[in-house]
Structure formats: C-alpha cells, structure tokens
Design a protein around this ligand. Structure first.
Ligand SMILES: C[S@@+](CC[C@H](N)C(=O)[O-])C[C@H]1O[C@@H](n2cnc3c(N)ncnc32)[C@H](O)[C@@H]1O
Length: 357
C-alpha cells in the first residue's frame, strides 16, 4: 500500500476549541457556520478544509490496491486523495459533489498529482442520485468496493461570500450547496408562515426557542443578510449570564441549511442506494457531524443489518426483509484527542461503517 500523503499543510493552530466550547467572541468563532465548525477564517479568507479521521476512514473502507470507490462528498478532495494513494497504482474514485465550485477546485488540485490521471472522475450531482450517477459512469449495482459519505459542508464553502453559510458576515441568505436549485434560505426566512418557520427551526435545529425565534423573524421581515438574521435570532433568545457555549443563531442556521438542501431526505435516499452499489464484502462508511444525521445513519445501518423488521408485537414475520449488511463495529468511531487538538472541526465527527453481505 502506498503511503498516504497530504501535500497541503494543515491550517495554523485553531484558537477556539470547537462549536460547543467556543464563547461568542472567541477569536476563532467566526468559523462556526450553519451549525458546524469548519475551521477558522483567517484575515485573508484562506480557510483550508482538513479531512477528518483519514486513517480511520481508510481502515473502515479496507482500501486496497486496485479498489473501486465512490466519494459521495468530494469537497476539497482530501479523503479522495487518501483513497487514491491507498488504492494505487490503479484504484479509481468517482467523486460526487452538489457544489460545482467544489468539483472544479478538487478536480483542479488532484488532477495535478502525478499518480492520479485516469483514476479520478468527478461529477457535479446530488448524492441522492448516487446510483444513477454511478451507472452513468460504468459502476453497476454490486460492483463497488467502497463508498464514503463525509456529510455537511467544507471550509472552502465558508469562504464563498455569496453562499451565506456564516452568520458572521453580511452575506445574502442563500445556503444552497447546489446553486442550480431554486429554493434558498431567503425564501424560507422571508416567505414561510410563522408556524412553518418554527417547525423547521425545531425539527432541523432541535431549537427549544423555535416559536419565539420564528415570531421575531416574521416581525422583522424582510431580512436580507445572514448578520441581520443572526441579530434578530439573538434578540429573541432569553438573556443568560456568563459566556454562552454556542452562538444563539447556531441551531437556527443549521436548521435553515438542512431545510434548504433537504439534507436528511437526501441522506437516507443516498445511503440506501449506496448499499445496493456495493459488491459482497464492499464497505460503506459515513461521517456525520450532528445528531440528526447520525441518528439516520445509525437507524438505517441497524435496519439493514437485521433480517426481520416487523413490529415486535407481530407474532409471525411477514415483512420479507433480509439483512443486506453487517455492522463493521457496534461502536461509533470518534476522532482522537490529538486530531481534535489539531482540527477542532473534527470534534463532533462520528464515523460508522457497514459491510455488504
Ligand atoms: C465535509 S465536506 C467534504 C470534505 C471532503 N471529504 C474533503 O476531504 O475535502 C462536504 C461536501 O459535501 C457536499 N454535499 C453536501 N450535501 C451533498 C449532497 N446531498 N450531495 C452531494 N454533495 C453534497 C458539500 O457541497 C461539501 O462540499
């Protein structure tokens, strides 16, 4: 197996220890965006995305020379690069991302690596269509050695001002991964009824003050920028003494991002299709960054690793379901303290993996 190499050095040491631990005014807190910590924004806006749990991902996927892999969240290509190195000299990766700018950036960066020509294909698509994208690129059901999902958004996207993922800059309310899609955060913030808004904030942000926040947003409309929205949310939150553990807008921004991109439905659909693409013994690994994502992954993996999924009160099985995978490990894999110290964004990462039967 070839050594895993990362030509780009990690960003300088972070000054804030991650989403939950950052007070509002910590120097690195500007990196907390739409519910996730993605790294510190330097004065030059040169945030570099650091791939999370790379050795653990390679182990979970059991990457071998010649392997055929799909990276469903190409981003800046850090994991893809590691998989290409570990599957050399002739392993291949199909890299998918909903964001055309991420595709262009990763393709540009990785195509310059001497060992990669002809081994990487990149496609601008949503992973909810992973089976169709795979088939169109010559990968039929049952033909793939490994699929990786590394959910959420990258530091690269934080740098794109028009996207409105950060509540620290007066960017437009957008939050789309794929700018071809029509619904933006602006539509939800400025057009949803108060009850619809409250439901989004509660369901996708698990925000207890959802009704109060929704009422404040409706009263303050029209809102045009991420900072205006963050200020309205902060004004609606109960005042508390001492430093808050997270910015008051964190959960609402997470909720809006999930709603804009229909992230949870895409995840469930994408995972089901990804399992069908695996050959027997092939692996599916998923890194989730918040409990809503991780719950979907955990429940789907458990269900697919079980023969009968009838309700317990049913005396005789009639579901016809049979297990399609086995859990690689019963325990979720978390980053080491050393990784968290070097890359605070990794703090909330949770890795789960299954193997196709
Ligand atoms: C955490 S980043 C991936 C980082 C990547 N693993 C790396 O090492 O650079 C997540 C990426 O997934 C993309 N993404 C999010 N949801 C998606 C979806 N439903 N379909 C395709 N790409 C998606 C985002 O645009 C973002 O580039």
């Amino acid at each position: 197996m070839m050594p895993v190499m990362f030509p780009t050095p990690p960003v300088p040491a972070q000054r804030c220890a991650g989403m939950e631990a950052c007070p509002d005014d910590a120097p690195g807190f500007a990196g907390v965006i739409a519910g996730e910590f993605v790294g510190e924004i330097t004065p030059m806006h040169e945030t570099r995305h650091i791939p999370v749990m790379v050795p653990e991902v390679l182990r979970s996927l059991e990457v071998k020379p010649g392997g055929v892999h799909i990276d469903a969240n190409l981003g800046e290509g850090g994991h893809t690069e590691a998989i290409l190195n570990a599957s050399g000299p002739d392993g291949t990766v199909l890299g998918i991302d909903a964001d055309a700018e991420a595709i262009a950036s990763a393709t540009d960066r990785l195509s310059g690596s001497p060992g990669f020509p002809g081994r990487l294909t990149t496609v601008n698509a949503n992973f909810r269509d992973i089976r169709q994208v795979a088939t169109e690129n010559g990968l039929d059901s049952g033909s793939v050695d490994g699929v990786l999902f590394d959910l959420g958004l990258s530091s690269f996207q934080l740098d794109i001002e028009e996207r409105g993922f950060s509540f620290r800059r007066p960017d437009p309310l957008d939050m789309r991964f794929d700018v071809r899609q029509t619904v933006t955060a602006d539509d939800i913030v400025n057009r949803y009824s108060r009850d619809e808004l409250a439901d989004v904030i509660y369901q996708y942000g698990e925000e207890r003050a959802s009704r109060r926040i929704a009422a404040a947003i409706v009263a303050a409309r029209p809102l045009q920028t991420a900072t205006q929205l963050a200020d309205v949310i902060a004004s609606a939150m109960p005042r508390r003494g001492g430093s808050r553990r997270i910015h008051p807008a964190t959960k609402t921004f997470q909720a809006l991002r999930i709603a804009v991109n229909d992230e949870l439905v895409a995840l469930e659909t994408g995972l089901e299709q990804a399992i069908s693409l695996l050959k027997p013994g092939g692996r599916l690994a998923v890194i989730a960054y918040h409990s809503l994502e991780d719950r979907i992954v955990k429940n789907l993996f458990r269900r697919e690793a079980t023969d009968c999924i009838c309700p317990p009160e049913r005396p005789v099985c009639d579901c016809g379901h049979s297990a399609s995978v086995r859990l690689v490990s019963r325990r979720v894999v978390k980053p080491s303290q050393a990784e968290i110290d070097g890359n605070p964004r990794s703090r909330s990462a949770r890795l789960r993996a299954v193997e196709r039967l």
